[in-house]
Design a protein around this ligand. Structure first.
Ligand code: SF4
Length: 391
């Protein structure tokens, strides 16, 4: 975590800053309220395989002990739902399920959770003949029946293909996607929802949430810098975005996304709470925007969908190997699976995304090849050498 001596105190004394929260609706997630009438809540997500019930229960309890208000679990199949039913019996935490493509699983998971997150960019892949607004109506029907909250979770790494074009500005596409889906929910008379607009670039997170705060004046906002990576840089990127937004009263619930071994996942909550406490106490890093001076590594926090358990170790090896290139102006993305892997690696100079028995390597959006977990780091080094000698 960032050491207190690295923080800049603002104000004349250590009294708490008066931060006026943006006035929002109250969204109910079980017995928790998200919105300006409540504290800024913290969230995390299990990185364990959902079907590994013991490991997932352990992780949920660990996160809860560290003060997580809401804990997310990924569900992609009927077997995941069966595991969730068993997990529910063993934990008391408020759970949110992350639905990706299988929107119909909403009905099966609803009895076990307090909230459902769906990603507008993923509602196209299943049942392509069903209009998206009908899929949203289905999810809303389930949420109503079970008194659940929803999150419209827009992510720059997996934008709605119907809105995104080659030349389209991702920020505009993301905002339009959120506006479209907020419109669907409002037309259906459903108001118990929050919106998130996430990117791996903290500047984008700042810019888009400033716009979102104006565009959706009453709706609580969930903040997050996705794929912020490993400590300490993952915390620094997140701090820059959160400090700038929270200071303006924007942000009602937060998730810090860090690449961590399972046993250390609670650090996401520790870091989130530290940032919130520092903002309220008037302690800030004096960086108004993120100006990357050298190598920028983005890596996803991993979750149940990770294609190979070697992912976290791979991310750490990439960080160690690249230390000698710290002053090069390159972005390297290291991603755990195909969900955000293809999108994030398209935007990086060099990108890796994991498959079960190999790692895909891309160079500026073009696939270089597929390499084993043993050979990928040295292959990546060759590409860095070649990019930095040719530029
Ligand atoms: S990229 Fe895949 S493994 Fe990584 S957090 Fe996203 S869904 Fe999980």
């Amino acid at each position: 975590m960032v050491h207190p001596s690295e923080l800049t105190q603002i104000g004349t004394n250590s009294n708490a800053l008066k931060i006026t929260r943006r006035k929002t609706r109250s969204v109910r997630v079980g017995d928790l309220i998200i919105g300006s009438e409540s504290h800024i809540s913290t969230q995390s997500m299990c990185a364990t395989k959902t079907q590994d019930i013991d490991a997932t229960v352990r992780q949920i309890k660990l996160l809860q002990e560290h003060g997580a208000d809401i804990i997310r679990v990924a569900i992609d199949s009927r077997k995941d739902v069966e595991a969730l039913a068993e997990i529910r019996k063993q934990v008391t935490a408020r759970l949110v399920v992350d639905l990706q493509e299988s929107y119909k699983l909403a009905k099966s998971v609803a009895p076990y959770v307090q909230k459902i997150r769906y990603n507008p960019g993923h509602l196209y892949h299943h049942e392509k003949n069903v209009p998206v607004h009908e899929k949203v109506a289905y999810i809303v029907g389930v949420a109503r029946e079970h008194d659940l909250a929803l999150r419209i979770g827009v992510n720059f790494g997996s934008l709605d293909p119907a809105l995104a074009g080659e030349e389209a500005d991702p920020l505009e596409v993301a905002l339009n996607s959120a506006r479209e889906h907020s419109g669907y929910l409002e037309e259906l008379g459903f108001t118990n929802y929050v919106i998130s607009l996430k990117s791996s670039d903290p500047n984008d997170v700042m810019d888009i949430n400033l716009r979102a705060a104006e565009m959706f004046p009453e709706i609580p906002l969930h903040l997050g810098v996705t794929e912020a990576g490993m400590l300490p840089m993952g915390e620094i990127k997140t701090r820059i975005a959160f400090e700038n937004l929270l200071l303006k009263g924007i942000g009602d619930t937060v998730r810090v996304s860090l690449t961590l071994p399972h046993a250390e996942k609670y650090k996401e909550i520790e870091v989130a709470k530290a940032i919130i406490a520092d903002v309220h106490a008037g302690r800030f890093r004096s960086v108004p925007r993120f100006e990357q001076q050298g190598l920028n590594i983005i890596s996803c926090p991993s979750c149940s969908r990770v294609e190979n358990e070697a992912f976290v170790e791979l991310a750490q090896k990439v960080r160690e190997m690249t230390q000698e290139f710290a002053d090069r102006h390159l972005t390297i993305a290291v991603m755990g699976c195909r969900v955000n892997g293809p999108g994030e690696t398209d935007d990086a100079d060099l990108g890796l995304w994991c498959a079960p028995s190999h790692v895909n390597l891309k160079r500026r959006g073009e696939l270089v090849g597929q390499f084993s977990y043993d050979e990928i780091v040295s292959r990546l080094k060759q590409e860095i050498d070649s990019l930095t000698t040719s530029s």
